[in-house]
Design a protein around this ligand. Structure first.
Ligand code: HEM
Length: 441
């Protein structure tokens, strides 16, 4: 009673055929037009509620009425620990900036060594993965290292395979099949186990070098207190952090450079601002963003258009819940359609085009509309938001300071259609850059 309405369902299969397996975003928008901001779907026999638009999300988040999946002791303890550890390793402080800048030097080297055009996919994925590796394991990998190739391939492929949550959730039996991503994740876990062994051998108690050491210290401290910390969970948690921090940041960068090449006047205006603000400085710091309203607007617009995690991460009600006048029983899946907020008419000056004016007021100052939520919202908001924002700013500013990026003449028209997945990415493309010293603004 009082459950949100939705399209008619088939026995057992629910609404499986209402949604494209390849890209359900258009279907979700069509259903929103018929059933409003809050509607229901059945993934097989399992009920789900889809939240759309800023209004739908405000209802979902205000006062934390919506209690989320696994929003229990284990999640709370680990979230608190991860945030504290990321902070201790310099998130928001200079040392994290140093790590990011160190990695950017390798990206610059890759760009400098390329003659002609270059496919940036692997380059950005390697860079984002290495930054997380530094935090987690205190080490980075050369871009031609076999291990990093396996990891990056595993993440990019899984982000696309996992776009079948409809199928896996509708027909749970498919989850027990030997799906390819299971092997890939098992390989990753073997790698993480090796690193764990190595860390246990070499670590000095009380002097953590990285996230892994911190967790081992925490395990020692909490030995018998019945807490949720365990080595098995550590391996899963490392996998989560590595995956969550790699494909997201790199796909956003890929979208960014696709648009910067396709809108050369926007790229040039960024470069003018960067040159002006960084006069006499050899590198940008995250603080500099406060003096770069246009660059800030462009980076936010890149995130809005990239729509990197289009349906956020699915949640679930853990008890009977009231939401915007609807009754939602315990065990209902909650799908936050972030796409519907990032493109919502009425919330943006130019909802359907790439235009930094979406984040600038009449005085040319940077403003962030409430509907900007690529990291989601609620207590469950992206844990890596601070790190991701720092990475995006430092990569984009440093690379634009050094190079001018050009869409290759023989590459045809740029194709902006994203490839759908848990994380969306642009279609593979090539870029061309003018070598340092030749950049003319
Ligand atoms: C542009 C880059 C990124 C985007 C767009 C993004 C977006 C998101 C979104 C939409 C969620 C789901 C929030 C929810 O459940 O409502 C999420 C969760 C999460 N993200 Fe990110 N993310 C990015 C980068 C990162 C990075 C660099 C890290 C690494 C530290 C990270 C770690 C996580 C974790 C651990 C969660 C789960 C949080 C929890 O359940 O408590 N993310 N992210």
């Amino acid at each position: 009673k009082n459950f949100p309405s939705g399209p008619p369902t088939l026995p057992l299969l629910g609404n499986l055929f209402n949604l494209s397996q390849e890209n359900p975003l258009k279907d979700l928008e069509r259903l929103r037009n018929s059933y409003g901001n809050v509607y229901s779907l059945f993934l097989g026999p399992r009920p789900a509620v889809v939240l759309n638009g800023l209004k739908g999300h405000e209802g979902g988040h205000s006062g934390q009425r919506l209690i989320l999946a696994d929003y229990g002791l284990r999640w709370r303890e680990h979230r608190r620990f991860a945030l504290m550890t990321l902070r201790n390793f310099g998130l928001g402080k200079t040392s994290m900036e140093d790590r990011i800048h160190d990695e950017i030097q390798y990206t610059i080297k890759t760009l400098e060594q390329s003659t002609g055009t270059l496919s940036p996919q692997v380059m950005f994925h390697n860079a984002a993965s290495n930054i997380i590796c530094q935090v987690l394991f205190g080490k980075r990998y050369e871009y031609n290292d076999e291990l990093i190739k396996v990891i990056v391939q595993c993440f990019t492929e899984n982000a696309k395979i996992a776009n079948g949550p409809w199928l896996y959730d509708s027909l749970p039996i498919t989850r027990s099949l030997p799906l390819p991503f299971k092997t890939a994740f098992r390989n990753y876990k073997d790698i993480a186990m090796e690193l764990l062994k190595e860390h246990k051998k070499t670590k000095v108690p009380g002097e953590p070098r990285d996230f892994l050491d911190c967790y081992l210290d925490e395990l020692d401290k909490r030995k018998d207190d019945g807490s949720s910390f365990s080595e098995e969970l550590l391996i899963n948690y490392i996998l989560d952090l590595h995956f969550a921090g790699t494909d997201t940041t790199s796909n956003t960068l890929l979208t960014g450079f696709l648009y910067l090449m396709s809108y050369p006047h926007i790229q040039e205006r960024c470069q003018q601002e960067i040159d002006q603000v960084l006069q006499g400085k050899d590198r940008a710091s995250f603080e500099d963003r406060l003096s770069m309203p246009y660059v800030q607007a462009v980076i936010h617009e890149i995130q809005r258009i990239a729509n990197t995690v289009p349906l956020s991460v699915f949640h679930c009600t853990t008890k009977d819940t009231e939401l915007m006048g609807y009754s939602i029983p315990k065990g209902t899946m909650i799908i936050q359609n972030l796409t519907s907020v990032l493109r919502e008419e009425g919330q943006w000056k130019f909802p359907h085009e790439f235009n930094p004016e979406n984040f600038l007021n009449e005085q040319g100052e940077f403003v962030k509309p409430e509907a900007f939520m690529p990291f989601s919202a609620s207590p469950r908001v992206c844990l890596g938001e601070g790190l991701a924002r720092m990475e995006l700013f430092l990569f984009i500013v440093t690379l634009l300071k050094k190079f001018k990026f050009i869409w290759p003449e023989d590459a045809g028209e740029p194709d902006f259609t994203p490839v759908y997945g848990v994380t969306q990415s642009p279609k593979p493309y090539y870029m061309k850059q003018m070598q340092p010293g030749h950049r003319k603004v």
